[in-house]
Design a protein around this ligand. Structure first.
Ligand code: NAD
Length: 360
C-alpha cells in the first residue's frame, strides 16, 4: 500500500513535470524588408506570454527571403525546408518577391505548396480606437491557397503573348469549402462563397459546384453566392453582412487586403495558412521595403499572426492573452504607430503589448 502510494506520488509528480515542460518547436523565418523588425517585436511578446503560461516555445531560426537568392540561388534553401519539417509550426515574416521573369517564385507560395497549406484564413475584426468602416465588424476571409491564378503558372506563348493557367479542381475547392463551412459553424453560421462564374464558367463552375455540394452537409449554415466584383463593393457598403467569406486564391488575395483596410489597415492584419499536418502564420502584408529598418511600422499584424499560431497549437488561453493585450493597448490609444496616426515606434508597440501581458 505504502509502495503504491509512493508510486502514485511519483507518477503524479511526473505528470505535472510533463505538463509543465510541454515544448513547441517553432520555425522562425524573419524574411526581409520590415520582416526582421516585426519578428523581433513578436518574439518579445511571445517571451512575455511564456512567463505566464506552462508551455515552452523553442524558436528555430531559418534563412529565407530575397536576401537568400544571391547566396543560395533560392529564396527558400533546402536547409530551411528541412528545418520547417522538424517543427510544429512556422512563424513567417514577409518576404520580397522579385518580379522579373524567371526569378524564384514567392517563398510563401512555396511553403504553402510543400506543406499543402490549403486554407488561408484572414480574420478581420474591429479594434477599439482604430478607424473601422463600421463599428464592431467581425468576419473572416478564407482563401483557397494551393491553386488558381495565384500559383503563377504561366508562359510566353509568343512575343507579346502571355498565358497563365487558372487551374481549379473539385478536390481543392471541396477541401477549402469543408474548412470554411466548419469555421462558419463555430461562428455566426453564415457563409458567402465568391467567384466569377458568369465569366469563368468552367473553372468557377467547378468551384461553385463544390461549394453547393459541401453546403448540403451543413444545413444550419446560411449560404450566399456572390460575384467577386459585387463582394468588393459590398465589403465597403455593407461589411457587417459578412461572417465567413470563402473564395479562390487570387480573389482571396485581393479581397483580404481590402477587408484588412475595412477594419483598420494592413498593420493589424494577420493570416494563418493551415493544412492537415502543419501551419504557417504570417502578416497579410508584404515586406514594405521603403520602411525597412526605420522602426516605424506596426508589428501587430505579426503579433496577431503569433496569436493565430498559438490558437492552432491548441494554446487558446495564451492566444487570448495576446489578443486582450493588443485590444487593451489599442483601446488606451497611448501607443500608436504611424499607420494609426501616431509617432510610436515598432518597439514601443511591442513593449506596450508585452507589458500588458505581464501585468494581467
Ligand atoms: P506591402 O504589403 O509590403 O506594403 C504596402 C503598404 O502597406 C506599405 O507601403 C505600407 O504603407 C503599408 N504597410 C504594410 N505593412 C505595414 C505595417 N506592418 N505597418 C504599417 N503599414 C504597413 O505591399 P507591396 O509594397 O505591394 O509589396 C512589397 C513586397 O512584399 C513585394 O515584393 C511583394 O511581392 C511582397 N509580398 C510578400 C508577401 C508575403 O511574404 N506573404 C505578401 C504580400 C507581398
Amino acid at each position: 500500500m505504502l509502495i503504491s502510494k509512493e508510486i502514485s506520488k511519483i507518477l503524479h509528480y511526473k505528470k505535472v513535470v510533463v505538463i509543465m515542460s510541454k515544448t513547441y518547436n517553432i520555425a522562425v523565418l524573419k524574411g526581409d524588408g520590415i520582416g526582421p523588425e516585426i519578428t523581433e517585436a513578436t518574439i518579445k511578446v511571445l517571451e512575455a506570454v511564456q512567463e505566464k503560461t506552462d508551455f515552452k516555445l523553442n524558436f528555430l531560426y531559418g534563412e529565407a527571403g530575397f536576401h537568400c537568392i544571391e547566396e543560395f540561388g533560392t529564396n527558400l534553401p533546402e536547409e530551411t525546408i528541412a528545418l520547417l519539417k522538424r517543427t510544429d509550426a512556422c512563424l513567417k515574416g514577409p518576404m520580397t518577391t522579385p518580379e522579373e521573369a524567371g526569378a524564384p517564385v514567392s517563398g510563401a507560395v512555396k511553403i504553402r505548396k510543400i506543406f499543402n497549406l490549403y486554407a488561408n484564413v484572414r480574420p478581420c475584426k474591429s479594434f477599439p480606437s482604430v478607424d473601422s468602416l463600421k463599428p464592431n465588424l467581425d468576419f473572416v476571409v478564407v482563401r483557397e491557397n494551393t491553386e488558381g491564378l495565384y500559383s503563377g503558372a504561366e508562359f510566353a506563348a509568343a512575343p507579346g503573348v502571355g498565358i497563365a493557367y487558372r487551374i481549379i479542381t473539385t478536390e481543392a475547392s471541396t477541401r477549402v469549402a469543408e474548412f470554411a463551412f466548419k469555421l462558419a459553424q463555430t461562428r455566426k453560421k453564415h457563409l458567402t462563397y465568391v467567384h466569377k462564374g458568369n465569366i469563368l464558367r468552367i473553372t468557377d463552375g467547378i468551384f461553385k459546384e463544390a461549394m453547393k455540394t459541401v453546403a448540403k452537409k451543413y444545413p444550419n449554415v446560411e449560404v450566399d453566392d456572390q460575384h467577386i466584383d459585387a463582394t468588393a463593393m459590398h465589403l465597403i457598403k455593407k461589411p457587417e453582412f459578412f461572417d465567413v467569406i470563402v473564395t479562390s486564391n487570387l480573389f482571396g488575395d485581393i479581397l483580404s487586403d481590402e477587408a484588412a483596410q475595412v477594419v483598420g489597415g494592413l498593420g493589424l492584419a494577420a493570416g494563418a495558412n493551415i493544412g492537415d499536418t502543419y501551419g504557417m502564420f504570417e502578416p497579410v502584408h508584404g515586406s514594405a521595403p521603403k520602411y525597412t529598418g526605420m522602426n516605424r511600422v506596426n508589428p501587430i499584424s505579426h503579433i496577431m499572426a503569433a496569436a493565430l499560431m498559438l490558437n492552432h497549437l491548441g494554446e487558446r488561453g495564451a492566444a487570448a492573452k495576446i489578443e486582450k493585450a493588443v485590444t487593451d493597448v489599442l483601446g488606451e490609444g497611448k501607443v500608436r504607430t504611424m499607420d494609426l496616426g501616431g509617432n510610436s515606434t515598432t518597439s514601443d508597440m511591442a513593449d506596450a503589448i508585452a507589458q500588458k501581458i505581464r501585468e494581467a
